[in-house]
Design a protein around this ligand. Structure first.
Ligand code: IPD
Ligand code: CA
Ligand code: CA
Length: 268
């Protein structure tokens, strides 16, 4: 069996993200039919249909690969906090709408996030923002791009000048941890933003629009693509307890290496 290169896999990641994005765009002005799942999280018809469109693209190309998709109702071994053990071989992670609460309320901060990993190591990822027509993408060792143009190597200010970004968690444990982390980190920077889409926030770190992102309750599909994009732009992502981030780790700090180290030191 031939092994597809990261760039080859990226083609399918991109097509899957666009397929989901087309569903979102077609339904953007329709009423948001919604239901609630665990922890009162909103799910709309668009989440399910966008996910089906992305899965169809991946299945057609790579029928034997494992797919972890947010709305398939099975959770595929992801626990309530977001912990997960990636299976051996290829696994795809799909978040058809990252920022569903924003989407459901007409706030234009949401995106599609699709990534693929091999034995848990991220290989290719795309975050597609259908509102701004921004496509962030990366393949392992291939750099990160925004709309086809390579992102310049990340730079970062010192901690006290950093624009930070975080998000609220859904699970009680994620919220407890955020309550602990926020007062220790946020006052050290210049200011803090909350966008409601982890995938977009990570891309904004990669693009230098904000400098640091932290979250205490992520699922693998929220962060997989965004973390690879940060790393390929020259940044790094770790768990809050200073271990390299991997899909299945609920806590995350992502920034330029120097800023990340300063933030981790202040949390020790
Ligand atoms: C959510 C967003 C948010 C994060 C939540 C996620 P969803 O994703 O990424 O930024 O804080 O934990 O659940 O539910 O809109 O796909
Ligand atoms: Ca999400
Ligand atoms: Ca989602």
């Amino acid at each position: 069996m031939s092994v597809p290169s990261p760039e080859t896999l990226l083609v399918t990641v991109r097509e899957a993200a666009f397929a989901a994005g087309r569903v979102i765009q077609a339904q953007q002005n329709a009423p948001r039919e919604r239901r609630l799942k665990l922890n009162r999280e909103i799910v709309t018809r668009t989440d399910s249909e966008a996910q089906a469109a992305a899965i169809a693209v991946i299945r057609a190309r790579y029928p034997a690969h494992a797919i972890l998709a947010e709305e398939d109702g099975l959770n595929n071994g992801v626990d309530e906090e977001g912990r997960w053990q990636p299976p051996a071989g290829y696994s795809w992670m799909i978040d058809p709408v990252d920022g569903t609460t924003n989407y459901a309320h007409g706030l234009p901060m949401y995106c599609v996030s699709v990534a693929v990993a091999l034995d848990g190591e991220l290989i290719a990822g795309v975050v597609y923002d259908p509102n701004r027509e921004e496509v962030f993408e990366a393949s392992r060792d291939g750099g990160a791009r925004l709309n086809g143009t390579r992102l310049p190597p990340m730079e970062a200010p010192g901690l006290r000048d950093a624009v930070m970004c975080t998000d609220w968690a859904h699970s009680p444990e994620g919220r407890r941890l955020l309550f602990e982390t926020f007062p220790r980190l946020a006052p050290l920077g210049r200011t803090t933003r909350i966008f409601g889409s982890a995938a977009l926030a990570l891309c904004y770190v990669a693009a230098g629009r904000v400098h640091l992102y932290f979250n205490c309750g992520l699922k693998p599909w929220d962060a997989a693509a965004g973390v690879l994009i940060v790393r390929e732009a020259g940044g790094e992502a770790s768990a809050l307890r200073d271990e390299r981030w991997h899909p299945g780790e609920p806590t995350l700090l992502a920034a330029h290496r120097g800023l990340l180290d300063a933030a981790l030191t202040s949390l020790r």
